[in-house]
Design a protein. Sequence first.
Length: 231
Amino acid sequence: MLVSIYGGPNAGTVMDGWNWNPNRQFYAQEGMIQVAFDHRASGHFGKVGVNYMHRNLGYWEMKDYMTMANWFIAKGFADPTKIAITGFSYGGYMSCYALTYGSSVFTHGMAGGSVVDWHLYDSHYTEKFMDTPQENPEGYKTSSVLPFVDQYTGVLQIVHGTMDDNVHMQNSIQLIAALQDKGKDFEFMLYPGGRHGWRNLRERNNHFENLKTKFIYKYLLEKSVPKGALR
């Protein structure tokens, strides 16, 4: 099962509508369930839901994601050894958090442009939800990916643009250092000239899409990438 998320406050992605693309159809034919999850603070539940995230980013989102993933496992729809999650930006943060804090459920992740510690992100955005680090030291600690690196047991693919001026690359560097210090295995790819995304760099974006395709076939489908699947 592959879970695609964003996960930020008041930013729902699950809508009552049909959304189709060739890649999803292709993976479905390969036997992979593809779902999107929205947590209690996604905006669908109003301010009461969003309030859960105040001073506590990450925690309730991941609790809800774990509950939803476990539903698929309990119903026999999903293989508990292949529960993957992917996202970019806040979705990258959630993917990294899932492979650390949520590693009792999530086994594989693809994380792009990820925040890993809210001390490292734009204070205007962060303090709106978290208050300052001085006012909320415990919240900044538990919302960080880094304290939970000991719990990492799966396979995480980390990607970052070298010129990302939104989520600074220092986030991925600190996560990589923490994983290395704990002797953990992971995958990492830089995209030179990439900012917070690199769709304008056509060949590098194709490389990025191929990187994810290869990850899916290697770890989730456990077969060779079929001819024509790569860009």
